[in-house]
Design a protein around this ligand. Structure first.
Ligand code: 1CP
Length: 358
């Protein structure tokens, strides 16, 4: 017996498992966030992004905001990938106008070797947000849980924040591969435990965001990023309440490694906008579903262009009824300054093209 209301719209879960669907499901990476005025208002009231993310009731409200505006086929947990290093004691903070930062980054061998797995009790706010969001959805659409990939987390942990070139973390990889493997193994076990707890709390699919996998050299990617995502996937609980939990890997800039990613044990690959979809399908065969991959910059164009570009993405996949395994998405997150009306136009275009009511 499941604790939750029955799912009324299973398009996403079916497409991720390459089962036939009546229409291509659509959701958008970063669908909750700064481009929505109601998000900015709630963040203002909460005081900060972290205050929002650490309050399960508010995180639930934010996760549902895009669904109140648009007929999306999935909700995604409102949280961040950096919750894990925060709980490992690196102390995440944000300064106005800048990205995330850590007060205690991993600056040398000593700090890397002292790193211990996070205490799950410190991440309870995330699991509570998962359960509360799932309850609030009432079965309308499935809820996606997520985590950063072990490598992408390591990037922020070693740099102490974002970076334009990630030279510190890459230097560590080349100088001290032993230390990097130690860090990645620690992250992989933390990510697996964390995602299993999200699944236990009610996440119906999970996604690994490997935002910085694409900065690695060929060979290094397989060894230092994909290898640890494979380890995570191997430890995941793939069924909950009788339903299979699909796993999606999104490596930004990973287009040249699709065959390797397809062999990782993931059910689906998230593609960025540089990838040719028909070629991607040809390369991975029937092994995995594909999610993507409209260039987010299209959201800054006129409605006619948005509609035409959306149709191009859909056309390159063929018939959803045949179980082609396509989930429509952007090739990366919605930029913070996109007009919300552009997102309406996009979602309507995808639905219209599928013969759904807009
Ligand atoms: O309000 C604010 O100013 C904070 C902006 C913000 C938001 C809305 C951050 C800080 N994180 C989030 C939420 C978030 N982050 C979600 C849930 C929202 C949704 O999708 O509906 C998700 C899935 C993430 C994942 C995330 N965080 C990634 C992977 C996806 C990607 O975009 O590549 C990454 C790299 C982060 C780190 C991070 N957190 C926040 C920012 C601005 C960043 C990026 C920093 C950088 O550019 O390096």
């Amino acid at each position: 017996m499941t604790r939750f209301a029955p799912l009324q719209n299973d398009l996403l879960l079916r497409a991720l498992l390459r089962q036939p669907v009546k229409a291509t499901p659509v959701w958008l990476m970063r669908q909750a966030g700064r481009y929505l005025p109601e998000y900015r208002a709630l963040r203002e009231r909460a005081g900060s992004f972290l205050a929002l993310a650490k309050n399960p009731a508010l995180a639930t409200e934010v996760a549902l905001q895009p669904l109140e505006r648009y007929p999306l086929d999935a909700a995604i947990l409102f949280s961040d990938i950096l919750t894990i290093p925060d709980a490992m004691g690196l102390e995440l903070f944000f300064t106005e106008g800048e990205g995330p930062k850590f007060r205690r980054p991993l600056k040398d061998e000593k700090t890397v070797l002292a790193l211990t797995p996070p205490d799950l009790a410190q991440l309870q706010y995330v699991f509570d947000a998962v359960t509360q969001t799932r309850v609030a959805l009432g079965g309308r659409v499935p809820l996606i849980g997520f985590a950063g990939s072990p490598w992408t987390l390591a990037c922020y942990m070693v740099e102490g924040g974002s970076s334009s070139d990630f030279h510190r973390v890459k230097a560590m990889l080349y100088d001290r591969p032993d230390l990097m493997h130690h860090l990645l193994a620690t992250n992989a076990s933390a990510v697996a435990t964390y995602l299993n707890a999200q699944i236990g709390a009610g996440a119906q699919a999970v996604m690994l965001f490997d935002t910085w996998g694409g900065i690695l050299a060929d060979g290094a990617y397989q060894q230092f990023s994909l290898n640890y995502m494979r380890q995570v996937i191997g430890q995941l609980q793939r069924e909950q309440d009788g339903a299979r939990i699909p796993v999606v890997i999104f490596t930004r800039g990973g287009g040249q490694w699709l065959e390797d990613i397809a062999a990782s044990g993931a059910d689906a690959i998230g593609l960025d906008w540089t990838v040719n979809l028909a070629q991607a399908r040809h390369r991975v065969g029937q092994q995995v579903a594909l999610q993507g991959n409209l260039d987010p910059a299209v959201l800054f164009t006129q409605p006619e262009v948005i509609r035409a570009e959306a149709r191009k993405v859909l056309a390159s996949f063929g018939q959803p009824e045949l179980g082609v395994g396509h989930v429509f998405n952007l090739g990366h997150g919605i930029p913070p300054n996109v007009p919300p009306e552009a997102v309406s136009t996009l979602i309507e275009a995808v639905r219209e093209n599928n013969g759904r009511k807009v």
